[in-house]
Design a protein around this ligand. Structure first.
Ligand code: 9G3
Length: 572
């Protein structure tokens, strides 16, 4: 392809709106352009990357025995009402009416639509297992779309849904997808880690997220320094404390703490460690309020709390609610004498003695408060985020925290959807059974963005060979006949040898072309100019590492074939 004939609007300067490397480089390299918040056009170069990733996904999904179909983007409300998700999701679900005033949404995911297809078309256990996938544009009206393709409102997702007769079969389907995802992200050149994830209230208990380790990731990955335990922060289990405090119980004393509300303010004022303070946080879940006790140096994990309470989400109580429940403004709530609410506590609170707590009175705290003597706790549970250095709850080692980008997630759904939608199949005895489902997603644009986060330098993108928009960037740095003729001869030779070639035939200065080539990040650059040709050579530069070599034009194709063996795992 000639660069003069492709729209590749590279930008020299940093676009102000971009906060992450991948967003910045996707705009600068002319891969994408914004149309509206979280909504982008894929320009020719960006689309080639997307298509490469899609092709890898297709190959591996087909290899895994999944079959491709394509469901509509418009989803009728009736199906979403069957699972109660029409009402469950708020504004994130983009709704519209057709000319007959019938309700629809733009599909944010397709559990309902595929389950409807399954219950209409599949009858017998003999047809199972089944796994359907599609690669399709989804819409979610995110409050805060950002980071370009990383968190868009409109985005391309590969979603897959498996159907099995029993749990054992569903587990095989799940493992099969887990393995396919491992192959997909490996082929895309990513350094990633599958981690245990929370399923929310989806039912079943198995889910993994595929996390690409990157500083700009919005997710927190927790893994053990030894052993194989890895989970996301929502899920990662805290070890209950092993040694109990054996201090003697001291007498409870009320102390004035004027205007000291936060852990920092109170502990500095009272000269105690934040580990000796127990925070009392009031949460609302549906119609109920609960108090959560947590050590001063810990943070409540709201996903764990919601799971314990068996609700979909919890929110911190507003100041008015705090005042109503405790009789004091926020910052001074405590468990002593607290009525009306259940008191839950994190396990780390169980064994500590003589702690500081709020006194349910403005500007007052208690010192030397003790569980059992001064207040009681209805239930102790793991309700906190783990911290770096905590012992692993499974196996040896201590926990390390890192940032990650979630590029894929696999779920064992069980019968959550098949039950609500009555998707049954006949078993060997002719009895109706609910199908056991799994669902599996990959963010295609996010995978491209994650690849850039992992593979770039200060000059631009360094594409992993398998997802690069082109393999060879031919740069002619003079307009002479000799240079043009050489390029025109090498171009088809390279294409015939299986290389995808982008020829920068623009009448620009060499410097501009070099900068654009580094920015766009095609793995092999070939520079053809009068000076080199006079010496009988063209120059090769490998984008990754910047290694340059000089080679006779007639040896170019063979030389690049050899280099490809090193850079393209698919030809090994
Ligand atoms: C919605 C809206 C947003 C959503 C969902 C539904 C997330 C929703 C979870 C999933 C689960 C799996 C199939 C592929 C793999 C992931 N955000 N989820 O269900 F209506 Cl507005 O999408 N779906």
């Amino acid at each position: 392809m000639k660069m003069s004939q492709l729209l590749i609007p590279t930008l020299r300067d940093d676009p102000g709106e971009a906060e992450t490397v991948s967003h910045r480089l996707m705009l600068r390299a002319g891969l994408i352009r914004k149309v509206a918040a979280g909504i982008y056009t894929y320009l020719p170069l960006g689309l080639r990357v997307i298509r490469k990733i899609e092709q890898i996904i297709r190959e591996e999904m087909n290899r895994a025995g999944a079959q491709e179909l394509l469901m509509p983007i418009a989803s009728p409300a009736e199906l979403w009402k069957e699972t109660a998700r029409w009402d469950y999701y708020g504004k994130e679900l983009l709704r519209f009416k057709d000319r007959h005033e019938r309700d629809f949404c733009l599909g944010p995911t397709h559990e309902e639509v595929i389950t409807d297809l399954f219950r209409r078309e599949v009858r017998s256990y003999r047809q199972l297992p089944l796994n359907f996938y599609q690669i399709q544009t989804k819409f979610r009206d995110e409050i805060r779309p950002r980071f370009g393709l990383m968190r868009g409102r409109e985005f391309i997702m590969k979603d897959a849904y498996s159907f099995d007769l029993d749990e054992a079969g569903a587990k095989v389907s799940y493992q099969n997808m887990y393995d396919a995802y491992t192959r997909i992200f490996t082929r895309c050149g990513l350094t990633f880690r599958p981690v245990e994830a929370d399923t929310g209230l989806i039912g079943g208990d198995v889910s993994h997220e595929f996390m690409v380790l990157a500083e700009t990731g919005e997710a927190t990955v927790v893994y053990s320094t030894e052993g194989s335990y890895a989970a996301n922060l929502e899920r990662a289990e805290a070890c209950p404390p092993t040694e109990a405090d054996t201090s003697a119980l001291l007498p409870l004393t009320a102390v004035e703490t004027p205007q000291r509300r936060t852990v920092e303010e109170v502990t500095a004022f009272l000269r105690v460690s934040s580990r000796q303070l127990v925070k009392t946080l009031l949460y609302r879940s549906g119609t109920e309020s609960v108090a959560v006790l947590i050590r001063g140096d810990h943070e409540v994990n709201e996903v764990k709390l919601a799971r314990l309470l068996q609700v979909t989400d919890v929110t911190l109580a507003d100041p008015d609610t705090v005042q109503r429940l405790t009789g004091c403004p926020p910052g001074f709530a405590g468990p002593i004498g607290l009525q009306q609410v259940r008191i839950l506590a994190d396990r780390a609170v169980e064994g500590i003695k003589n702690v500081v707590v709020g006194a349910n009175k403005a500007d007052t705290h208690y010192q030397n408060a003790n569980v059992g003597r001064d207040f009681s706790v209805e239930q102790f549970a793991d309700l906190r985020n783990v911290q770096a250095g905590d012992p692993s709850s499974r196996g040896p080692g201590v926990l390390t925290l890192a940032k990650g980008i979630e590029v894929g997630q696999v779920f064992l759904l069980g019968t959550k959807y098949s039950q609500k939608m009555n998707a049954t199949i006949l078993d060997e005895q002719g009895k109706e059974r609910l199908a056991i489902m799994g669902c599996y997603g990959i963010g295609v644009g996010r995978t491209a963005a994650a690849a850039i986060e992992q593979h770039h330098d200060d000059k631009g993108i360094i594409w992993p060979f398998p997802i690069a928009p082109f393999h060879v960037h031919l740069l002619t740095v003079s307009q002479s006949e000799k240079t043009t003729e050489t390029a025109a001869r090498l171009y088809p030779e390279l294409e015939n040898a299986g290389f995808e070639v982008l020829w920068d035939d623009r009448p620009d200065r060499a410097g501009v072309k070099f900068n654009d080539a580094d920015l766009i990040g095609i793995p092999f650059q070939v520079v053809i100019g009068d000076k080199g040709l006079a010496d009988g050579i063209v120059e090769i530069k490998i984008r990754k590492g910047g290694l340059k070599s000089r080679i006779a034009p007639h040896d170019l194709v063979d030389h690049l074939k050899t280099l490809r063996l090193e850079h393209d795992p698919s030809v090994r």
